[in-house]
Design a protein around this ligand. Structure first.
Ligand code: ATP
Ligand code: MG
Length: 350
C-alpha cells in the first residue's frame, strides 16, 4: 500500500512563489509515489479571523487556491483535495489530542506569537494557541506518513510527532509518526528582502500574476543596498534578486555569469532584474496556461473539492473508529448500551 501525504494551506486566496518552492513543488513531485490528501484548512483561518465577514469570503479564496493547485500540476485524478470544516471527525480528534499536549509547550511556539501580532491581537486566543493541535489532527486524520511544508511549519509537525507518540503510548499503535519534508527553498524571502514572502507583508509574486506584473514587481525588488551604481562591486549573498535567480532561473550559465559580473561591478541592476523577470515568466507561463484552462471549466474546481471531501470523510470515519476503540471510549458507550438493553428486556420492553 502507498504511504500517505497530508499537507495543505489556509484558504487566504492566491498562492505565491513562497508557497510554490516551500511546498507545492514537493506535492506535485510526490503525487505518484504517495497517496496525497491536501487540506483546505478553513477552520485554521478562524484562529485569527473568526468574524462572519471573513468566513463569507472563504469559498472564493478556496477556489482561487485550488485553481493554483491545479495550475502547478496537482492532478485531480490522483490527489484528494478536501474542505477541513466539512469533515466533522477533525473536531472530535482535535479534542482528544488537546489532552495530550501541555500549554507551556504551545506557548513556546514562536509562530503563534507572530500570527497574533500580524493579526493585531493583544492577547492569545485559546483557538490560536491550539493551532498546532488542530494541525496535528489534520495530519493524523488520514494517518499520514509525510508532511511537505515550508520551514515555518516544521515546529508544528514536530508537535504532531510528539502527540502521535503519546497517543500510541497511551492507547496502542494507531498513528504512524509522520516525517516532515521541507522544500528546496525552506523559506523564500519577500521581494522586499524580508525573511518570508507572505501576503500579509505585501511582498509577494503570485503564481497568477501576469507577465507585466511580474516585470514590475521584480523591477521594484530590493538588491544590495550599498551598491549605488553599476560599477560598484555588489554583494550576492542575502540579495533577494540573486536568491530568486538561484531558486527559479533554469539557465545556470546565465546565473553564474551574472553573479561574477555583479561581484566585479560589471553589470547593472536593470539587466539582472530583466533576466530574473524573464526566468520567472518562463516558470510561470505553463502555470498560467493551465490555470486558465481550468478556470474556463466552470464548476470543475467545486466538484473536485466536493469529491475529495466525500473521500476524506470515509478515511476520517475509519480513523475515528480506530481512535475511539483504542481509547476505550467506544467500550464505555457499549457497556451502557448493553445494560440499558438488558434492563429493557427484563421489563419486557425490549
Ligand atoms: P501567506 O501569509 O502568504 O498567506 P501563509 O504563511 O499564511 O502564507 P500558510 O497557508 O500558513 O501560508 O502555509 C501554506 C504552506 O506554504 C506552508 O507549508 C508554509 O510553510 C508554506 N509557505 C508559506 N510561505 C512560504 C515562504 N515564503 N517560503 C516557503 N514556504 C512558505
Ligand atoms: Mg495562507
Amino acid at each position: 500500500m502507498k504511504k500517505r501525504i497530508l499537507t495543505g494551506d489556509r484558504p487566504t486566496g492566491k498562492m505565491h512563489l513562497g508557497h510554490y518552492v516551500g511546498t507545492l513543488v514537493n506535492r506535485v513531485r510526490l503525487q505518484d509515489e504517495y497517496e496525497c490528501f491536501f487540506i483546505i484548512a478553513d477552520l485554521h483561518t478562524l484562529t485569527t479571523r473568526p468574524q462572519k465577514e471573513y468566513v463569507e469570503i472563504i469559498a472564493n479564496s478556496t477556489r482561487e487556491m485550488v485553481l493554483d493547485y491545479l495550475a502547478v500540476g496537482i492532478d485531480p485524478s490522483k490527489s484528494v483535495v478536501y474542505l477541513q470544516s466539512a469533515v466533522h471527525e477533525v473536531y472530535e480528534l482535535n479534542l482528544f489530542l488537546e489532552m495530550l499536549v501541555n500549554v507551556p509547550r504551545l506557548q513556546r511556539m514562536p509562530s503563534l506569537k507572530d500570527m497574533a501580532k500580524t493579526a493585531h491581537l493583544n492577547e492569545m486566543p485559546f483557538g490560536l494557541l491550539g493551532y498546532p493541535v488542530l494541525q496535528a489532527a489534520d495530519i493524523l486524520l488520514p494517518r499520514s506518513h509525510l508532511v511537505p511544508v515550508g520551514k515555518d511549519n516544521e515546529a508544528h509537525v514536530e508537535i504532531t510527532r510528539e502527540i502521535a507518540r503519546r497517543f500510541n503510548t497511551y492507547y496502542g499503535e494507531v498513528f504512524p509518526i509522520p516525517d516532515v519534508m521541507i522544500g528546496d527553498v525552506p523559506m523564500l524571502v519577500g521581494t522586499d528582502g524580508a525573511a518570508k514572502m507572505s501576503k500579509s507583508a505585501g511582498n509577494t509574486i503570485f503564481l497568477s500574476d501576469d507577465r507585466k506584473t511580474v516585470e514590475k514587481k521584480v523591477h521594484g525588488m530590493y538588491t544590495d543596498p550599498n551598491r549605488v551604481s553599476a560599477d560598484v562591486p555588489g554583494k550576492v549573498e542575502g540579495n533577494p534578486v540573486f536568491i530568486y535567480h538561484g531558486a527559479f532561473n533554469d539557465n545556470r550559465e546565465e546565473v553564474k555569469d551574472l553573479t561574477q559580473r555583479y561581484r566585479a561591478g560589471k553589470v547593472g541592476d536593470v539587466e539582472v532584474k530583466q533576466k530574473l523577470a524573464a526566468a520567472l515568466n518562463r516558470v510561470l507561463d505553463p502555470i498560467r496556461d493551465r490555470r486558465q484552462s481550468y478556470e474556463e471549466r466552470k464548476g470543475f474546481v467545486d466538484e473536485f473539492i466536493y469529491d475529495g471531501t466525500m473521500r476524506m470523510r470515509e478515511e476520517a470515519r475509519e480513523t475515528l473508529t480506530l481512535v475511539k476503540k483504542a481509547m476505550g471510549i467506544t467500550g464505555t458507550w457499549n457497556r451502557i448500551k448493553r445494560k440499558a438493553e438488558d434492563y429493557r428486556k427484563r421489563l419486557g420492553r425490549g
